[in-house]
Design a binder for this molecule. Structure first.
Ligand SMILES: Cc1ncc(COP(=O)(O)O)c(C=O)c1O
Length: 451
């Protein structure tokens, strides 16, 4: 079969080939609906039928600078023509990786001093787990292998990172995960039932203290957490959660790993959310917004104390990915950071986040909305869970908003999340709010959205 991507006439053929040959994350194979995207510009994308969508989620919460940026394409082309790829293993390096690492260290909070490049978030978290364990091992604390995480956390899909991910479907019987991982209660204040009537931070801290006592501090390598839990539904912790957790972890020599894969690079209105919550991570995992998704690249930033311990035996740091320090990826990241800086997109995320949140806040008066919350441009509407249709309400709302308003938002269980590009215009933000208001006012008691 011949097929040319991008013309309206071949949509049916494309869809059939997609169903036959492409495995999609989180979609049943028998589900045949496929939207084939072919073009993007700013906060908009277009499908094979020429339909325009407002990208209210910035893809998977990563297109900070918007779609279709010629500066990023030019940087990739320039680098590919000069030196497309060369490894960063052993004694080899390249100018773009060196420039990018230096720049990230200048931007980063606390005393992060070195950078390990990855291809994305999951493998960044894998690296962070190895680094945390190696740090203790090299200092003689060979029993410190346990990693603490939280239920509802998302840290990726590798066997280490997937073990930290705190969703039940990652821990089903066919794929046993790492044994040395314990999941704690997330600081999800809206879910009052989690805290037994106690203040959420007090509850979480008491649980953390008890867990450390039970496992034994001499067995715990690190606590890994998203400063704001993204996939679960933009869960913003109470203001005192991170500072109190950090103090307790430090008192027990447990490393703090901030997973800033979504939060990083301006999304919360700060370069990194660790600044927002005033924490000093020992290891910070980043990806996504580092290149705005134009190239698969991640960066794990480590403190001087951790970096000192990473050379194992005669062979140095014992992990590396083929694409570690990819020159083209690093060139794209540098161009992306230039745009974020030049266009003041971190400040834009803070300001637009505040105004979007203010515009959405009145929706909490609707019977279907339990809470409206957010940090910068990580914003969520938590739906009331006793609505008859339960989980489907979010999915129904997202479908309605896409089909009737041409806007993409993301449902996850009983949450609807938005994480638009940082370049979203005021007019586009107004459209987003109006579409959500329209959908939410049409939700019936059975969870369907009246057309
Ligand atoms: C906080 C966090 N960590 C890790 C990951 C995994 O990143 P990747 O999909 O690039 O492997 C994600 C992806 O959404 C994430 O949100």
């Amino acid at each position: 079969m011949t097929h040319t991507v991008g013309s309206a006439v071949d949509t049916a053929a494309m869809t059939a080939l997609d169903s036959a040959h492409v495995i999609h994350p989180h979609r049943l194979a028998r589900h045949s609906e496929t939207i084939v995207m072919v073009r993007g510009e700013g906060s908009r994308v277009w499908d094979t039928e020429g339909r325009e969508y407002l990208d209210g989620t910035a893809g998977l919460a990563l297109t900070q600078v918007g779609h279709g940026r010629p500066e990023l394409a030019a940087a990739a082309e320039r680098q590919m023509r000069q030196l497309d790829y060369y490894p960063s293993f052993w004694e080899y390096s390249n100018p773009r990786a060196i420039e990018l690492a230096t720049r990230l260290i200048e931007l980063a909070p606390g005393d992060l001093t070195k950078v390990f490049f990855t291809s994305g978030g999951s493998d960044g978290v894998e690296a962070a787990i190895r680094m945390a364990r190696l740090y203790h091992y090299q200092r003689g604390a060979t029993g410190r292998t346990v990693i603490l995480s939280r239920r509802g956390a998302y840290h990726g899909v590798g066997y280490g990172s997937g073990s930290l991910t705190g969703f039940a479907d990652y821990h089903v019987g066919f794929s046993p995960m790492l044994p040395d991982v314990q999941h704690l209660t997330p600081p999800w204040a809206y879910r009052r039932e989690l805290f037994d009537g106690h203040d959420p931070t007090d509850f979480c801290l008491r649980e953390l203290e008890r867990t450390i006592e039970e496992i034994g501090p001499g067995r715990i390598a690190a606590f890994v957490g998203e400063p704001v839990m993204g996939v679960a539904g933009m869960v913003t912790p109470p203001d005192d959660y991170w500072s109190r957790a950090e103090a307790l972890l430090r008192a027990h020599g447990i490393l703090l790993v901030a997973d800033e894969v979504i939060c990083g690079y301006g999304r919360t209105g700060h370069w990194f959310a660790s600044e927002r919550y005033d924490i000093t991570p020992d290891i910070m995992v980043t990806a996504k917004g580092l290149t705005s998704g134009y190239f698969p690249l991640g960066a794990v930033l480590v403190s001087g104390a951790v970096a000192e311990q990473l050379d194992l035996g005669p062979d140095g740091f014992p992990i590396g990915y083929t694409y570690t320090g990819h020159p083209t990826g690093c060139a794209v990241a540098l161009a992306n950071l230039d745009v974020i800086e030049r266009e003041n997109l971190v400040r834009r995320a803070a300001e637009l986040g505040r105004s979007l949140l203010a515009a959405l806040a009145p929706l909490a008066d609707l019977p279907v909305v339990g809470e409206v919350r957010g940090a910068g441009l990580m914003i969520a509407l938590e739906l009331v869970r006793d609505t008859a249709a339960g989980t489907a309400v979010g999915a129904n709302i997202a479908r309605y908003v896409r089909e009737e308003h041409g806007i993409i938002v993301r449902p996850h269980e009983t949450v609807v999340s938005i994480s638009p590009p940082l370049v979203l215009t005021d007019a586009e933000a107004d459209r987003l709010v109006a579409a959500l208001r329209d959908a939410l006012t049409r939700v019936g008691p059975d969870g369907t959205v009246r057309r």
